[in-house]
Ligand binder design. Structure first.
Ligand code: NAD
Ligand code: IPM
Ligand code: MN
Length: 369
Protein backbone atom coordinates (compact mmCIF):
# COMPACT_ATOMS: atom_id res chain seq x y z
CA UNK A 1 0.00 0.00 0.00
CA UNK A 2 1.50 3.33 -1.07
CA UNK A 3 0.78 6.41 0.90
CA UNK A 4 0.23 9.48 -1.28
CA UNK A 5 -0.18 13.15 -0.39
CA UNK A 6 -2.61 14.90 -2.69
CA UNK A 7 -2.40 18.67 -3.09
CA UNK A 8 -5.00 19.72 -5.68
CA UNK A 9 -4.23 23.46 -5.26
CA UNK A 10 -5.88 26.21 -7.30
CA UNK A 11 -7.72 26.84 -10.57
CA UNK A 12 -7.60 23.80 -12.84
CA UNK A 13 -5.31 22.00 -10.34
CA UNK A 14 -8.22 20.29 -8.52
CA UNK A 15 -9.91 19.52 -11.87
CA UNK A 16 -6.96 17.63 -13.33
CA UNK A 17 -5.85 16.00 -10.08
CA UNK A 18 -9.35 14.52 -9.63
CA UNK A 19 -8.86 12.84 -13.02
CA UNK A 20 -5.46 11.52 -11.98
CA UNK A 21 -6.98 9.99 -8.86
CA UNK A 22 -9.72 8.32 -10.89
CA UNK A 23 -7.07 6.79 -13.12
CA UNK A 24 -4.96 5.62 -10.17
CA UNK A 25 -8.08 4.04 -8.67
CA UNK A 26 -8.80 2.26 -11.95
CA UNK A 27 -5.22 1.00 -12.08
CA UNK A 28 -5.43 -0.24 -8.50
CA UNK A 29 -8.49 -2.30 -9.48
CA UNK A 30 -6.64 -4.15 -12.22
CA UNK A 31 -3.10 -4.45 -10.86
CA UNK A 32 -1.08 -4.94 -7.70
CA UNK A 33 -0.75 -1.19 -7.17
CA UNK A 34 -2.72 0.10 -4.20
CA UNK A 35 -2.67 3.43 -2.43
CA UNK A 36 -4.15 5.54 0.29
CA UNK A 37 -4.55 9.25 -0.29
CA UNK A 38 -4.37 12.06 2.22
CA UNK A 39 -5.60 15.41 0.91
CA UNK A 40 -3.99 18.71 1.88
CA UNK A 41 -5.87 21.97 1.63
CA UNK A 42 -2.78 23.91 0.59
CA UNK A 43 -3.57 26.75 -1.83
CA UNK A 44 -5.03 30.18 -2.38
CA UNK A 45 -8.46 29.67 -0.79
CA UNK A 46 -7.00 28.89 2.60
CA UNK A 47 -4.35 31.58 2.20
CA UNK A 48 -7.01 34.19 1.47
CA UNK A 49 -9.04 32.99 4.45
CA UNK A 50 -6.34 32.94 7.09
CA UNK A 51 -2.93 33.75 5.60
CA UNK A 52 -1.59 30.20 5.98
CA UNK A 53 0.67 28.80 3.24
CA UNK A 54 2.03 25.52 4.65
CA UNK A 55 2.17 24.63 8.33
CA UNK A 56 5.01 22.78 10.09
CA UNK A 57 2.62 19.89 10.73
CA UNK A 58 1.91 19.69 7.02
CA UNK A 59 5.61 19.69 6.13
CA UNK A 60 6.07 16.92 8.62
CA UNK A 61 3.16 14.86 7.27
CA UNK A 62 4.22 15.44 3.64
CA UNK A 63 7.78 14.35 4.34
CA UNK A 64 6.54 10.94 5.50
CA UNK A 65 4.61 10.11 2.32
CA UNK A 66 5.82 7.84 -0.46
CA UNK A 67 5.12 10.64 -2.95
CA UNK A 68 3.26 13.92 -3.39
CA UNK A 69 0.79 14.45 -6.24
CA UNK A 70 0.40 18.16 -6.86
CA UNK A 71 -1.98 20.11 -9.15
CA UNK A 72 -1.08 23.77 -9.49
CA UNK A 73 -1.12 26.96 -7.47
CA UNK A 74 -1.66 30.56 -8.47
CA UNK A 75 -4.59 32.91 -8.10
CA UNK A 76 -5.19 36.30 -9.72
CA UNK A 77 -6.43 37.60 -6.34
CA UNK A 78 -3.01 37.03 -4.75
CA UNK A 79 0.10 39.10 -5.55
CA UNK A 80 2.47 37.12 -7.83
CA UNK A 81 5.15 35.27 -5.91
CA UNK A 82 3.36 34.73 -2.61
CA UNK A 83 1.82 31.34 -3.40
CA UNK A 84 4.46 30.35 -5.93
CA UNK A 85 7.37 30.98 -3.56
CA UNK A 86 5.50 30.24 -0.35
CA UNK A 87 4.11 26.89 -1.48
CA UNK A 88 5.63 25.34 -4.59
CA UNK A 89 9.21 26.61 -4.42
CA UNK A 90 9.15 26.19 -0.65
CA UNK A 91 8.33 22.49 -0.98
CA UNK A 92 10.92 21.89 -3.71
CA UNK A 93 13.57 23.51 -1.50
CA UNK A 94 12.43 22.00 1.82
CA UNK A 95 12.25 18.48 0.42
CA UNK A 96 15.46 19.12 -1.53
CA UNK A 97 13.90 17.88 -4.76
CA UNK A 98 16.95 18.87 -6.73
CA UNK A 99 16.00 17.38 -10.08
CA UNK A 100 12.93 18.44 -12.00
CA UNK A 101 12.51 15.78 -14.68
CA UNK A 102 10.43 17.10 -17.59
CA UNK A 103 10.07 14.79 -20.57
CA UNK A 104 9.35 16.60 -23.82
CA UNK A 105 8.03 14.38 -26.56
CA UNK A 106 6.36 14.59 -29.95
CA UNK A 107 3.10 13.37 -28.49
CA UNK A 108 0.69 14.96 -30.80
CA UNK A 109 0.67 15.98 -34.48
CA UNK A 110 -0.59 19.51 -33.71
CA UNK A 111 2.92 20.87 -33.37
CA UNK A 112 3.94 24.36 -34.45
CA UNK A 113 6.89 23.06 -36.45
CA UNK A 114 7.38 23.34 -40.18
CA UNK A 115 8.22 19.70 -40.33
CA UNK A 116 7.19 16.75 -38.20
CA UNK A 117 9.99 15.34 -36.07
CA UNK A 118 9.92 12.40 -33.73
CA UNK A 119 11.65 13.69 -30.66
CA UNK A 120 12.15 12.66 -27.08
CA UNK A 121 14.01 15.26 -25.07
CA UNK A 122 14.66 14.49 -21.42
CA UNK A 123 14.93 17.80 -19.63
CA UNK A 124 16.60 17.65 -16.24
CA UNK A 125 15.97 21.02 -14.73
CA UNK A 126 17.98 21.84 -11.62
CA UNK A 127 15.33 22.65 -9.07
CA UNK A 128 16.85 24.27 -5.99
CA UNK A 129 19.39 26.92 -7.05
CA UNK A 130 20.10 29.54 -9.72
CA UNK A 131 17.78 32.55 -9.76
CA UNK A 132 15.32 30.54 -7.69
CA UNK A 133 17.53 30.59 -4.61
CA UNK A 134 15.30 33.22 -3.02
CA UNK A 135 17.96 35.86 -2.34
CA UNK A 136 16.73 39.28 -3.27
CA UNK A 137 15.75 42.66 -2.02
CA UNK A 138 14.65 46.15 -2.90
CA UNK A 139 16.69 49.26 -2.41
CA UNK A 140 14.28 52.08 -1.86
CA UNK A 141 15.32 54.66 -0.98
CA UNK A 142 18.98 55.36 -0.28
CA UNK A 143 20.43 52.35 1.46
CA UNK A 144 19.66 48.83 2.49
CA UNK A 145 21.24 46.05 4.41
CA UNK A 146 19.67 42.64 4.45
CA UNK A 147 20.94 39.41 5.96
CA UNK A 148 19.51 36.16 4.78
CA UNK A 149 20.12 32.48 5.25
CA UNK A 150 19.63 29.96 2.51
CA UNK A 151 19.13 26.38 3.60
CA UNK A 152 19.30 23.41 1.33
CA UNK A 153 19.82 19.74 2.17
CA UNK A 154 23.47 20.18 1.21
CA UNK A 155 24.46 23.43 2.82
CA UNK A 156 23.60 26.56 4.64
CA UNK A 157 24.64 29.84 3.07
CA UNK A 158 24.61 33.10 5.01
CA UNK A 159 24.35 35.97 2.63
CA UNK A 160 24.23 39.65 3.30
CA UNK A 161 23.18 42.18 0.80
CA UNK A 162 24.34 45.72 1.36
CA UNK A 163 23.68 48.53 -1.07
CA UNK A 164 23.78 52.30 -1.14
CA UNK A 165 22.55 54.70 -3.80
CA UNK A 166 21.11 58.14 -4.33
CA UNK A 167 17.81 58.45 -2.45
CA UNK A 168 15.85 59.11 -5.64
CA UNK A 169 16.98 55.84 -7.22
CA UNK A 170 15.29 52.52 -6.75
CA UNK A 171 16.67 49.03 -7.37
CA UNK A 172 15.46 45.45 -7.20
CA UNK A 173 17.84 42.53 -6.81
CA UNK A 174 17.41 38.85 -7.37
CA UNK A 175 20.69 37.03 -6.93
CA UNK A 176 21.52 33.82 -8.75
CA UNK A 177 23.47 31.23 -6.79
CA UNK A 178 25.02 27.92 -7.80
CA UNK A 179 27.07 25.85 -5.37
CA UNK A 180 29.77 23.32 -6.23
CA UNK A 181 27.91 20.71 -4.19
CA UNK A 182 24.64 21.53 -5.93
CA UNK A 183 26.19 21.37 -9.40
CA UNK A 184 28.08 18.18 -8.60
CA UNK A 185 24.97 16.27 -7.62
CA UNK A 186 23.10 17.70 -10.61
CA UNK A 187 25.89 16.66 -13.00
CA UNK A 188 26.14 13.20 -11.44
CA UNK A 189 22.40 12.69 -11.76
CA UNK A 190 22.34 13.92 -15.37
CA UNK A 191 25.28 11.73 -16.42
CA UNK A 192 23.84 8.62 -14.73
CA UNK A 193 20.49 9.40 -16.31
CA UNK A 194 22.01 9.72 -19.80
CA UNK A 195 23.89 6.44 -19.42
CA UNK A 196 20.78 4.66 -18.12
CA UNK A 197 18.78 5.92 -21.11
CA UNK A 198 21.39 5.04 -23.73
CA UNK A 199 22.26 8.65 -24.57
CA UNK A 200 25.90 9.13 -25.47
CA UNK A 201 26.07 12.75 -24.37
CA UNK A 202 24.61 15.33 -22.04
CA UNK A 203 23.62 18.73 -23.37
CA UNK A 204 24.15 21.48 -20.81
CA UNK A 205 22.21 24.67 -21.46
CA UNK A 206 23.39 27.95 -19.95
CA UNK A 207 24.39 31.53 -20.54
CA UNK A 208 28.05 31.15 -19.63
CA UNK A 209 28.88 33.98 -21.99
CA UNK A 210 26.97 36.47 -19.84
CA UNK A 211 26.95 34.92 -16.35
CA UNK A 212 30.37 33.20 -16.25
CA UNK A 213 30.68 33.19 -12.47
CA UNK A 214 27.77 30.80 -12.16
CA UNK A 215 27.58 29.01 -15.46
CA UNK A 216 31.32 28.93 -16.10
CA UNK A 217 31.77 27.09 -12.82
CA UNK A 218 28.89 24.80 -13.80
CA UNK A 219 30.58 23.92 -17.12
CA UNK A 220 33.85 23.10 -15.37
CA UNK A 221 32.13 20.77 -12.92
CA UNK A 222 30.02 19.03 -15.58
CA UNK A 223 33.13 18.50 -17.71
CA UNK A 224 35.05 17.00 -14.74
CA UNK A 225 32.20 14.61 -13.99
CA UNK A 226 31.67 13.72 -17.65
CA UNK A 227 35.39 12.98 -18.12
CA UNK A 228 35.25 10.67 -15.08
CA UNK A 229 32.43 8.70 -16.67
CA UNK A 230 33.66 8.90 -20.25
CA UNK A 231 30.56 10.63 -21.56
CA UNK A 232 30.49 13.50 -24.03
CA UNK A 233 29.35 16.98 -23.05
CA UNK A 234 27.64 19.40 -25.41
CA UNK A 235 27.28 23.05 -24.40
CA UNK A 236 24.46 25.19 -25.71
CA UNK A 237 23.63 28.80 -24.93
CA UNK A 238 20.00 29.08 -23.97
CA UNK A 239 19.07 31.50 -26.77
CA UNK A 240 20.48 29.15 -29.40
CA UNK A 241 18.84 26.23 -27.60
CA UNK A 242 15.40 27.83 -27.90
CA UNK A 243 15.97 28.06 -31.64
CA UNK A 244 17.44 24.55 -31.91
CA UNK A 245 14.40 23.06 -30.17
CA UNK A 246 12.31 24.29 -33.09
CA UNK A 247 14.51 23.13 -35.95
CA UNK A 248 16.19 19.97 -34.61
CA UNK A 249 14.44 18.73 -31.46
CA UNK A 250 15.22 15.14 -32.47
CA UNK A 251 18.95 15.68 -32.00
CA UNK A 252 18.70 16.04 -28.22
CA UNK A 253 18.51 13.36 -25.54
CA UNK A 254 19.49 14.21 -21.97
CA UNK A 255 19.41 17.98 -21.44
CA UNK A 256 20.64 19.49 -18.19
CA UNK A 257 19.44 23.02 -17.63
CA UNK A 258 19.58 25.43 -14.72
CA UNK A 259 16.39 26.35 -12.96
CA UNK A 260 15.17 29.52 -14.66
CA UNK A 261 16.05 28.58 -18.24
CA UNK A 262 14.60 25.12 -17.57
CA UNK A 263 11.30 26.66 -16.57
CA UNK A 264 11.09 28.58 -19.82
CA UNK A 265 12.36 25.90 -22.21
CA UNK A 266 9.99 23.26 -20.87
CA UNK A 267 6.88 25.37 -21.52
CA UNK A 268 8.19 25.69 -25.07
CA UNK A 269 8.77 21.94 -25.03
CA UNK A 270 5.25 21.20 -23.79
CA UNK A 271 3.87 23.24 -26.68
CA UNK A 272 6.08 21.32 -29.12
CA UNK A 273 4.42 18.21 -27.73
CA UNK A 274 0.98 19.55 -28.57
CA UNK A 275 0.19 22.08 -25.84
CA UNK A 276 0.88 23.25 -22.33
CA UNK A 277 -1.64 20.69 -21.12
CA UNK A 278 0.81 17.94 -22.20
CA UNK A 279 3.83 18.62 -20.01
CA UNK A 280 4.36 16.56 -16.88
CA UNK A 281 7.14 16.67 -14.34
CA UNK A 282 8.68 14.97 -11.35
CA UNK A 283 10.45 16.94 -8.64
CA UNK A 284 12.90 14.29 -7.59
CA UNK A 285 14.85 13.81 -4.42
CA UNK A 286 16.46 10.38 -4.85
CA UNK A 287 16.78 10.07 -1.06
CA UNK A 288 13.59 11.74 0.09
CA UNK A 289 10.03 12.49 -0.87
CA UNK A 290 9.43 13.36 -4.53
CA UNK A 291 6.55 15.37 -5.99
CA UNK A 292 4.78 14.86 -9.32
CA UNK A 293 2.86 17.61 -11.09
CA UNK A 294 1.86 19.01 -14.45
CA UNK A 295 4.20 21.79 -15.55
CA UNK A 296 1.31 24.09 -16.35
CA UNK A 297 -0.21 26.48 -13.84
CA UNK A 298 -3.67 27.06 -12.45
CA UNK A 299 -4.93 28.43 -15.81
CA UNK A 300 -7.48 30.86 -14.34
CA UNK A 301 -8.70 31.67 -17.86
CA UNK A 302 -10.22 28.20 -18.29
CA UNK A 303 -10.81 27.11 -14.68
CA UNK A 304 -14.24 25.74 -13.83
CA UNK A 305 -15.22 25.16 -17.47
CA UNK A 306 -14.38 21.47 -17.88
CA UNK A 307 -11.90 22.37 -20.64
CA UNK A 308 -8.61 21.60 -18.95
CA UNK A 309 -6.54 18.95 -20.68
CA UNK A 310 -5.88 16.26 -18.03
CA UNK A 311 -3.03 14.70 -20.03
CA UNK A 312 -0.22 16.39 -18.06
CA UNK A 313 -1.72 15.38 -14.73
CA UNK A 314 -2.20 11.81 -15.97
CA UNK A 315 1.38 11.66 -17.27
CA UNK A 316 2.55 13.00 -13.91
CA UNK A 317 0.68 10.08 -12.30
CA UNK A 318 2.47 7.79 -14.75
CA UNK A 319 5.84 9.23 -13.71
CA UNK A 320 4.85 8.76 -10.07
CA UNK A 321 4.01 5.09 -10.72
CA UNK A 322 7.42 4.62 -12.34
CA UNK A 323 9.11 6.32 -9.42
CA UNK A 324 7.29 4.11 -6.92
CA UNK A 325 8.48 1.00 -8.75
CA UNK A 326 5.31 0.15 -10.72
CA UNK A 327 6.86 0.10 -14.19
CA UNK A 328 4.22 -2.21 -15.67
CA UNK A 329 1.36 -0.05 -14.44
CA UNK A 330 3.13 3.07 -15.69
CA UNK A 331 3.52 1.52 -19.12
CA UNK A 332 -0.15 0.52 -19.18
CA UNK A 333 -1.17 4.08 -18.43
CA UNK A 334 1.16 5.51 -21.05
CA UNK A 335 -0.28 3.15 -23.69
CA UNK A 336 -3.83 4.17 -22.77
CA UNK A 337 -2.86 7.83 -23.09
CA UNK A 338 -1.24 7.19 -26.46
CA UNK A 339 -4.44 5.56 -27.76
CA UNK A 340 -6.49 8.53 -26.57
CA UNK A 341 -4.26 10.83 -28.63
CA UNK A 342 -4.33 8.53 -31.67
CA UNK A 343 -8.11 8.44 -31.60
CA UNK A 344 -8.37 12.16 -30.92
CA UNK A 345 -10.12 11.55 -27.61
CA UNK A 346 -8.85 14.93 -26.42
CA UNK A 347 -9.86 18.34 -25.11
CA UNK A 348 -10.29 21.38 -27.43
CA UNK A 349 -6.68 22.59 -26.98
CA UNK A 350 -5.63 19.50 -28.96
CA UNK A 351 -8.42 19.82 -31.49
CA UNK A 352 -10.72 17.31 -29.78
CA UNK A 353 -14.22 17.87 -28.48
CA UNK A 354 -14.16 16.07 -25.12
CA UNK A 355 -14.49 17.57 -21.70
CA UNK A 356 -11.82 16.97 -19.06
CA UNK A 357 -13.61 14.05 -17.41
CA UNK A 358 -14.54 12.48 -20.75
CA UNK A 359 -10.87 12.17 -21.69
CA UNK A 360 -10.36 10.26 -18.44
CA UNK A 361 -13.41 8.09 -19.15
CA UNK A 362 -11.76 7.13 -22.43
CA UNK A 363 -8.39 6.45 -20.81
CA UNK A 364 -10.01 4.28 -18.12
CA UNK A 365 -11.87 2.33 -20.80
CA UNK A 366 -8.54 1.66 -22.52
CA UNK A 367 -7.02 0.54 -19.24
CA UNK A 368 -9.82 -1.96 -18.70
CA UNK A 369 -9.40 -3.38 -22.21
P1 NAD B 1 -0.75 28.55 -17.05
O1 NAD B 1 0.13 27.39 -17.30
O2 NAD B 1 -1.68 28.44 -15.91
O3 NAD B 1 -1.59 28.86 -18.37
C1 NAD B 1 -1.01 29.32 -19.59
C2 NAD B 1 -1.98 29.06 -20.75
O4 NAD B 1 -2.04 27.67 -21.02
C3 NAD B 1 -3.40 29.51 -20.45
O5 NAD B 1 -3.97 30.04 -21.59
C4 NAD B 1 -4.09 28.21 -20.06
O6 NAD B 1 -5.47 28.21 -20.31
C5 NAD B 1 -3.36 27.18 -20.90
N1 NAD B 1 -3.32 25.89 -20.20
C6 NAD B 1 -2.57 25.57 -19.11
N2 NAD B 1 -2.82 24.32 -18.71
C7 NAD B 1 -3.74 23.84 -19.54
C8 NAD B 1 -4.42 22.58 -19.63
N3 NAD B 1 -4.18 21.60 -18.76
N4 NAD B 1 -5.33 22.43 -20.62
C9 NAD B 1 -5.58 23.40 -21.49
N5 NAD B 1 -4.98 24.60 -21.46
C10 NAD B 1 -4.06 24.83 -20.50
O7 NAD B 1 0.21 29.80 -16.87
P2 NAD B 1 -0.13 31.32 -16.43
O8 NAD B 1 -1.46 31.71 -16.98
O9 NAD B 1 1.05 32.08 -16.79
O10 NAD B 1 -0.22 31.26 -14.85
C11 NAD B 1 -1.44 31.15 -14.10
C12 NAD B 1 -1.08 30.99 -12.64
O11 NAD B 1 -0.47 29.71 -12.41
C13 NAD B 1 -0.09 32.02 -12.12
O12 NAD B 1 -0.49 32.35 -10.81
C14 NAD B 1 1.22 31.27 -12.09
O13 NAD B 1 2.14 31.78 -11.15
C15 NAD B 1 0.77 29.90 -11.73
N6 NAD B 1 1.66 28.80 -12.15
C16 NAD B 1 1.72 27.73 -11.33
C17 NAD B 1 2.43 26.61 -11.71
C18 NAD B 1 2.45 25.44 -10.80
O14 NAD B 1 1.73 25.38 -9.84
N7 NAD B 1 3.27 24.45 -11.08
C19 NAD B 1 3.05 26.58 -12.96
C20 NAD B 1 2.95 27.69 -13.79
C21 NAD B 1 2.24 28.80 -13.39
C1 IPM C 1 6.69 25.60 -12.96
C2 IPM C 1 6.17 26.94 -12.50
C3 IPM C 1 6.91 27.38 -11.24
C4 IPM C 1 8.38 27.53 -11.59
C5 IPM C 1 6.38 28.68 -10.60
C6 IPM C 1 4.90 28.66 -10.43
C7 IPM C 1 7.05 28.94 -9.30
O1 IPM C 1 6.28 27.87 -13.52
O2 IPM C 1 6.57 24.62 -12.20
O3 IPM C 1 7.16 25.50 -14.08
O4 IPM C 1 8.80 28.60 -12.04
O5 IPM C 1 9.11 26.57 -11.40
MN1 MN D 1 6.86 27.04 -15.43
Amino acid sequence: MRSLAIIPGDGIGPEVIAEGIRVLEAISEISSFSFEAEYFEIGSERYLRNGILITDEEYDALSKKDAIYFGAIGDPRVRPGILEKGILLAMRARFDQYINLRPVRSWHPYVPLKKHFDFNMHFLRENTEDFYIGAGGNLTPGAMEQDMTIRRGLYRLDLSLKAKAEPEDEFGFEIGVLSRKGVERFAEYAIEYAIAHGHHRVTLVDKANVCPSMYGMQRTIFQEKADDKGIEMEYMYVDAMAMAMLIRPHTFGTIAVPNLFGDILTDLGAQLGGGLGMGASGNINPNGVSMFEPIHGSAPDIAGQGKANPFAALMAAKMMLDHLGYAGEAEMLESALTVSLQQNATTPDLGGSLRTSEVTDFVIQQLRH
